[in-house]
Design a protein around this ligand. Structure first.
Ligand code: ADP
Length: 422
């Protein structure tokens, strides 16, 4: 029976959290959207919603429905995962969702800690830093959907919740789990609904995790989840897992689809070009998703096998700008996403069962076209990018969904080498 039930406000954030839980010894399955099927066999379940920028009422409704399902599945502790840059607006959705989850759990208090020092996100005196910059001077103040113009998380969360917000400062966190527990208990007794908890190191995140052992709900980034598995082991609920990321093996051809135009992905395509067949889609010459897909599948046809083919829409900024100027920004993105989703479906129907997808939005489009409902999380190829065993409407396949900027230069080759080793 699952122990930890998680609700994530976006897709790649869900995978990030799931990967963290596997690393710490929990067999973890990520479900896409509010679940309805029977629960999978796992120690932790992460429900991936797209609720970060949804209207607050919709985010609350989806989160509560997910919570109800996770409770029904037997989970005994719950985690609300948001971005390590606390992405939200004055209207939410972190506060409203956390308020609703606490109410549903009949609990009056939760900690809030987005810190993720490994990714240069730290919280000090309640202020969120990205590297050495305060959140509101980190570039996040210009985010198109969730501009973060205040680094003081006590203030930010206060504006989003009906409750009040306190702080467990660094000087307390440094003293370890017992001191953190005492401080949180004191805040709860004062009637505070939330505590922003400072953290600048992994050992502090571990201590915060230990201090939250008895909490019904924990809220934060994936960093603060790193200590939770140990609580379950200490309570005798979670056995020591030899290989929590073990995946069933899947035979079939290999392919890479790239829709991210990030610098990292462009470099990865460059590196792949030296060793693998690479097709670059020219959407400017052929602004037609069906035609692009048909041509790509034609090209791939005779080349499919154990060695991956690479099909990329990715382009440098000047070419992206040219397509956007021609079609408009949204239409350009949609065209490419539709083409890549159709190519993914065509590749799978031609026997591809090991597929790497580069790009967050691109991954969403592919997963939805393939009718994937659940991802069992495997070992990581590079930090934050695991192989997953994907199940849904079609036959199972192995999927690696890479957010644009993730992964080293040789990522596309490494992904399949890692599988061969397994
Ligand atoms: P990332 O994870 O790097 O943000 P995404 O897949 O989320 O990658 O976003 C990349 C977006 O760029 C997608 O909407 C994709 O369709 C679009 N795109 C990809 N290639 C091109 C191109 N050549 N011209 C214009 N837009 C493109």
């Amino acid at each position: 029976m699952p122990l930890l039930g998680c609700i994530a406000d976006d897709f790649t954030g869900a995978t990030d959290l799931a990967s963290m839980l596997v690393r710490n010894g929990m067999r973890t399955v990520q479900l896409i959207g509010v679940p309805s099927a029977a629960p999978p066999d796992a120690d932790a379940i992460v429900v991936a919603l797209k609720s970060r920028t949804a209207p607050a009422a919709a985010a609350v409704e989806q989160s509560l429905a997910s919570l109800a399902w996770l409770r029904g599945a037997g989970c005994r502790q719950f985690f609300f995962k948001y971005c390590s840059t606390f992405d939200s607006t004055e209207a939410g959705n972190i506060g409203p969702v956390a308020d609703a989850l606490l109410r549903a759990l009949d609990s009056g208090f939760a900690l809030a800690c987005p810190a993720f020092p490994a990714n240069a996100r730290s919280v000090y005196q309640g202020h969120l830093f990205v590297g050495s910059a305060l959140l509101n001077e980190s570039g996040m103040e210009h985010h198109p959907l969730t501009p973060m113009t205040d680094a003081n998380l006590v203030r930010v969360l206060s504006r989003q919740t009906e409750g009040t917000v306190g702080l467990v400062p660094h000087a307390v966190v440094e003293q370890g789990a017992a001191a953190i527990t005492r401080a949180m208990t004191a805040l709860a007794e004062q009637g505070r609904r939330y505590a922003i908890v400072d953290a600048v190191s992994d050992s502090q995140l571990q201590a915060i995790g230990a201090a939250a052992a008895g909490h019904a709900l924990i809220t934060g980034g994936s960093g603060v989840a790193m200590g939770l598995a140990e609580n379950f082991r200490a309570a005798g609920l979670l056995p020591a897992r030899q290989d929590p990321g073990a995946l069933p093996s899947v035979a079939g051809a290999a392919a890479v689809l790239a829709g991210s135009c990030s610098r990292a992905t462009l470099q990865q395509i460059g590196a792949a070009r030296e060793r693998l067949p690479v097709l670059e889609l020219d959407a400017l010459a052929t602004p037609d998703a069906g035609a692009l897909a048909a041509r790509a599948l034609d090209w791939a046809g005779g080349r499919l096998g154990d060695a991956p083919v690479v099909i990329a829409a990715s382009a440098p900024p000047d070419k992206v700008a040219a397509l956007q100027a021609k079609l408009g920004r949204d239409a350009a993105g949609t065209l490419i996403e539709q083409a890549l989703a159709a190519i993914a479906a065509g590749l799978v129907s031609r026997g591809v069962r090991r597929l790497v997808v580069a790009g967050g939005e691109t991954s969403g489009a592919v997963v939805s076209r393939l009718g994937v409902h659940s991802l069992r999380i495997g070992g990581e190829i590079d930090p934050g990018v695991p192989w997953t065993y994907a199940e849904g409407d079609g036959e199972p396949l192995l999927l690696a969904l890479k957010s644009g900027n993730f992964g080293g230069r040789e990522f596309f080759l490494r992904a399949f080498e890692v599988l061969a080793l397994g």
